[in-house]
Design a protein around this ligand. Structure first.
Ligand code: IPE
Ligand code: IPE
Ligand code: MG
Length: 242
């Protein structure tokens, strides 16, 4: 029992929210919040490695984030390109395997190429799998998985939950154990809908650029206090009257 409670979550998923408000508080353009957000991510990647977390999945750009002003969208695209060229070698040296999840059709060739390079150059790493959800939506994922299953000729009678999971974008990872959302909002915003069926949720008021090791440890501590029953019962109930 005690050993189980001390367990480190194997897979942590984070909605990195609050960059814009972090910048606004400092009278800076929103872009600076996103820039600071990249640095926060690099620190959290190292913190996850130190804690022997195997999978870290972060929400970087949602299917709905295209609704933002075009200068913010293009600023984000440029920032991602800059982040790949600045941090890819370091991530590789840290033993990070990078995976990108999301619809790559709508992004520029330049960004698609950068994603491909990030994935192929780190494919052999095994310390931590960092999945970056970009142009990702949980609903998009379910629909693309159904389409892929149909294209693969899976007959409807054989379409089980396990079979459909094989077509989901994160079929290489176990479901998240711990979901963290920073920035104070208490919602999923179309992140990993299918995969969080039994994930433990932690919502933090901390804005993403300020999220560090202390906040990560607090979230892990909260996770450890949870009683994960997965729909079952923890202890067999005493048989009344027997
Ligand atoms: C999250 O921060 C980053 C992205 C969605 C790209 P926001 O930009 O949503 O920051 P707030 O929520 O406006 O503070
Ligand atoms: C969710 O944050 C998406 C990312 C962090 C990438 P949003 O800021 O887009 O979510 P809403 O609009 O507050 O629901
Ligand atoms: Mg937000």
């Amino acid at each position: 029992m005690t050993t189980e409670k001390k367990a480190v979550p194997r897979h942590v998923a984070i909605v990195m929210d609050g960059n814009g408000r972090w910048a606004k508080k400092r009278f800076l353009p929103r872009f600076f919040g996103h820039k600071q957000g990249v640095d926060a991510l690099v620190k959290i990647v190292q913190a996850c490695i130190d804690r022997e977390i195997e999978y870290l999945t972060v929400f970087a750009f949602s299917s709905e984030n295209w609704k933002r002003p075009s200068d913010e969208v293009s600023g984000l695209m440029g920032l991602v390109l800059a982040a790949v060229s600045r941090y890819l070698a370091r991530m590789g040296a840290m033993g990070v395997r990078i995976r990108i999840v999301g619809d790559r059709e709508a992004v520029s060739d330049k960004l698609r190429n950068a994603w491909n390079e990030a994935e192929s150059s780190t494919a052999h790493n095994s310390k931590l799998t960092l999945s970056v959800a970009f142009n990702y939506g949980g609903r998009w994922d379910v629909v693309q998985a159904c389409k892929a299953a149909m294209q693969a000729g899976v007959p409807p009678a054989e379409l089980t939950e396990a079979r459909l999971s094989e077509f989901m974008a994160m079929n290489y990872a176990p479901d998240p154990d711990l979901f963290i959302r920073t920035g104070g909002e208490v919602r999923i915003s179309n992140f990993l809908l299918w995969q969080v069926a039994y994930t433990e949720f932690v919502f933090s008021d901390c804005l993403w650029p300020e999220f560090g090791e202390a906040q990560l440890d607090a979230a892990i501590e909260s996770f450890r206090e949870r009683d994960r029953r997965f729909g079952g019962v923890k202890e067999a109930p005493a048989l009344a009257g027997v």
